[in-house]
Write a protein that binds this ligand. Structure first.
Ligand SMILES: Cc1cc2nc3c(=O)[nH]c(=O)nc-3n(C[C@H](O)[C@H](O)[C@H](O)COP(=O)(O)O)c2cc1C
Length: 199
């Protein structure tokens, strides 16, 4: 039930208390819990830029439609994907699995990604989506609010955070203490969006 409550209480918050500071202990708990999220082939494609410098936050806000969450949230994370993580010593991702599992999966992993940059990118983005949702729910449990964001100029943010080649930005996540009120939720009924067995 606690998970259901966290899901129900989460909203994409637009205004945060700019004075609230998140403790280092809370940041660590948030991260160490959230990286238990699943990732394709356990590759853990994520690389996260925790933007703490206020001038850098202001620069990002300028290329993010002026959205206040960027400067006012207690934490601003740029969730990035290492598009080559699949070929960076992949045996370490399966080091705790039994040898027959490793022998079966590692060649499969290689064949899945080699020469298929679109597949590699799709997998990384799927993984970032799940990581972000996990972060938002853990944040909720820790008494924080959040906002996932892709309303920004990706190239400009890439420059600001010095994104290396072969990395891609998924989206940003603002986490902090929400202030003010939000308009009511808006969801289409489940029946309009679900199909049984086929379209
Ligand atoms: C990939 C993605 C990008 C989003 N980008 C923004 C954004 O740039 N700014 C913003 O205020 N909300 C952003 N949102 C939040 C959505 O607008 C919000 O989730 C949706 O309107 C439903 O509202 P709720 O999350 O409060 O239920 C984004 C959500 C997702 C999943």
């Amino acid at each position: 039930m606690e998970v259901i409550a966290a899901v129900k209480n989460r909203r994409a918050v637009k205004s945060f208390d700019p004075h609230h500071k998140m403790s280092e202990e809370t940041r660590r708990l948030l991260w160490e819990t959230s990286i238990l999220a699943p990732s394709a082939y356990n590759i853990q494609h994520w690389r996260i830029v925790d933007v703490r410098d206020s001038a850098q936050r202001a620069a990002i806000r300028e290329v993010a439609w002026g959205q206040a969450q960027v400067t006012d949230a207690s934490a601003l994370y740029v969730l990035c994907a290492d598009l080559n993580a699949w070929q960076e010593e992949p045996q370490r991702y399966w080091a705790t699995a039994p040898q027959p599992v490793q022998d079966f999966l590692l060649p499969k992993l290689d064949a899945y990604y080699r020469g298929k940059p679109v597949v590699a990118r799709d997998e990384a983005m799927r993984t970032l989506g799940i990581l972000g949702m996990t972060l938002m729910l853990v944040a909720q449990d820790l008494g924080y609010d959040s906002c996932p964001m892709d309303g920004f100029d990706f190239d400009a943010v890439a420059k600001i955070i010095r994104l290396p080649d072969d990395f891609a930005i998924g989206y940003m996540l603002a986490i902090g203490k929400g202030t003010g009120s939000l308009w009511p939720r808006n969801r289409e009924p489940v029946e309009k969006r679900m199909h049984i067995d086929h379209f």
